[in-house]
Design a protein around this ligand. Structure first.
Ligand SMILES: *[C@@H]1O[C@H](CO)[C@@H](O)[C@H](O)[C@H]1NC(C)=O
Ligand SMILES: *[C@@H]1O[C@H](CO)[C@@H](O)[C@H](O)[C@H]1NC(C)=O
Ligand SMILES: *[C@@H]1O[C@H](CO)[C@@H](O)[C@H](O)[C@H]1NC(C)=O
Length: 275
């Protein structure tokens, strides 16, 4: 998932371009090991062949110019990883990665992309191939922004699309109200996931807008790009709710930052309630 954050940083934040490292060392051991870990310990009901998944992955990436791996190149790999999950659990997020992790940790019913087998296997990894060579390029990989068909982006794009297509029942979207364009049409959520959600499968899109405790308080359910998101949802026939200042999220932020003035009242009222 780090890669998604990098992607967002690299593509959507103006600033000097960053040079990327090459393919993560030991990538095969990491990916295959995580796969076995997942199907053995995390989700033992799955019957997947980790070696076959790896082989399809490798075939998609190597012997290709490092900027020329399309979503379709991963078709075989995704075909080898069918996965379904129960309704009412999907958690989407954009620019709220740290908080999303604590939120998912205290609400184990939530499923993020990282909880799927693909997300679990490739989280935080970098990879690219090289033309006329049967191996990965361990010395350098292009930046996301340098490519139309970046091998890492293409995989996450397809994984995100599958994740959103599968979403059903109530889904939750965590957006960052401390930034302009909390709903960014170029983010993975705005460009891929939103378009892949099916209003006939989804009961409610429950949006939660969360700001930093100290502000800025830039966007909210009634202000800024989130209003655009709500219009899009409405026009596509989704039912939705939108919450500013969700109490659970605020408590999670206060745990990490108890000195914040806004947390003092929160803590005091909890103590009083208990006393
Ligand atoms: C990109 O891939 C396609 C199909 O695999 C191939 O036809 C094309 O020549 C490749 N382009 C580059 C620049 O490698
Ligand atoms: C909102 O985004 C800013 C800038 O990326 C980040 O520093 C901050 O932690 C985010 N806030 C939340 C609540 O995720
Ligand atoms: C789905 O969300 C709606 C609106 O927030 C809520 O009324 C309903 O109880 C939720 N259903 C489930 C199963 O969580």
């Amino acid at each position: 998932m780090m890669m998604i954050v990098w992607f967002i940083v690299l593509v959507f934040c103006p600033g000097p371009l960053r040079t990327q490292l090459g393919t993560t060392p030991n990538i095969k051991h990491i990916v295959v090991g995580r796969c076995y870990n997942y199907i053995t310990l995390v989700n033992p009901d799955l019957r997947h062949d980790c070696e076959v998944i790896w082989r399809h992955f490798e075939e998609a990436v190597v012997r290709q110019s490092s900027c020329n791996v399309t979503v379709e190149d991963y078709n075989k790999m995704f075909y080898a990883i069918p996965q379904t999950w129960p309704c009412d659990r999907s958690l989407f997020w954009s620019k709220t990665r740290t908080l999303m992790h604590s939120y998912a940790a205290v609400n184990p019913q939530f499923w993020t992309l990282e909880d799927t087998l693909v997300g679990y296997m490739f989280n935080d990894l970098i990879w690219c191939g090289q033309e006329e060579d049967s191996g990965f390029d361990f010395s350098s990989c292009p930046e996301w922004s340098a490519c139309r068909n970046h091998p890492v982006y293409s995989l996450w794009r397809q994984a995100s699309q599958n994740f959103a297509e599968m979403a059903c029942g109530n889904i939750t979207v965590l957006l960052n109200g401390s930034i302009v364009n909390a709903f960014n049409k170029k983010s993975m959520f705005g460009s891929v996931e939103l378009d892949s959600m099916n209003p006939r499968r989804v009961d409610y899109v429950n949006i939660k807008v969360v700001t930093n405790l100290e502000g800025p308080f830039t966007e909210s359910c009634s202000k800024g790009s989130i209003v655009d998101l709500i219009h899009i949802l409405q026009s596509r026939g989704f039912r939705w709710t939108c919450t500013d200042n969700d109490q659970t999220l605020m408590i999670l932020q206060c745990i990490q930052n108890p000195e914040q003035p806004s947390c003092q009242t929160c803590v005091n009222s909890l103590l009083h309630r208990r006393g």
